[in-house]
Design a protein around this ligand. Structure first.
Ligand code: SAM
Length: 248
């Protein structure tokens, strides 16, 4: 059978496409992509013409059988998303899971992801971190999620869209408090790449001060809680063991 290659593409700077990614895109029979218009532009830049197959969250499950058939016929395919690594806050998970279940080969062609790019230059602890992707849009669910993460000792990493960045930073400052070291990375690898450092209220002030700072794409990183409060939930298994020891 042919292979499905999961190919990472740039998050801004086109020179970040790896040599191997370019070779694989040139060699495959079909390219599955999130948005055909977006991927056409990348292929045009590379001087490639390939049949495209759209794979997005609404049709992904229906595509599994179609992709499996192409691979069984010996065709090779690449999956790309609009930016960065597919499956990372992007389509691809049901497809890869489905192909794995069918025993078909899936091979990663690694490259850029905004999470790792942001963390690598943020100056926050990177030995342990937790990637939370996008927060819920609704204020209530967003606050609930943040509250559940307030005791997390690992560095927290989030993706956020420009029209929600101020509101999200404001809520983070309320939930995590005014002391936590944080970093926001904007427009990574692009002309207006900017890193904002400081506490959450300090970063919020810097980004609110100027409309231009609210443009583009954002990764928000917050240092973990150095003194997490002990969990208030009862550890039922521990309780059971204690009770058992007391029984005659
Ligand atoms: N698959 C991508 C990856 O591997 O990073 C992420 C796709 S997700 C739909 C898009 C989000 O990633 C943006 O809203 C932003 O939070 C983050 N992102 C992508 N490119 C970025 C960039 N150049 N600078 C900062 N954040 C970026």
């Amino acid at each position: 059978a042919g292979t499905l290659y999961i190919v990472a593409t740039p998050i801004g700077n086109l020179s970040d496409l790896t040599v191997r990614a370019q070779q694989v895109l040139a060699s495959v029979d079909v390219i599955a992509c999130e948005d055909t218009r977006h991927t056409s532009k990348l292929l045009q830049h590379l001087g490639l013409h390939k049949p495209l197959l759209s794979v997005h969250e609404h049709n992904e499950r229906d595509r599994i059988e179609q992709v499996a058939q192409l691979l069984r016929k010996g065709q090779s395919m690449a999956l790309v998303s609009d930016a960065g690594t597919p499956l990372i806050s992007d389509p691809g998970y049901p497809l890869v899971q489905g192909l794995r279940q069918l025993g078909l080969p899936v091979t990663p062609i690694p490259g850029v992801s905004a999470i790792i790019t942001a963390l690598s230059a943020a100056g926050l602890p990177t030995d342990r971190f937790t990637f939370e992707g996008f927060l819920p849009h609704k204020a209530g669910s967003k606050r609930e999620k943040l509250e559940a993460q307030a005791q997390e000792p690992r560095t927290l990493v989030y993706y956020e869209a420009k029209h929600r960045i101020l509101e999200t930073l404001q809520m983070m400052a309320e939930v995590f408090g005014p002391e936590r070291p944080a970093c926001v990375a904007r427009e990574l690898t692009k002309t207006f790449e900017t890193f904002y450092h400081g506490t959450l209220p300090e970063i919020l002030a810097q980004i609110s001060a100027d409309d231009d700072q609210q443009k583009g794409e954002f990764v928000v990183m917050i240092a973990g809680n150095p003194n997490p409060a002990p969990s208030s939930e009862v550890d039922s298994e521990k309780l059971f063991r204690l009770l058992l020891a007391e029984l005659p």
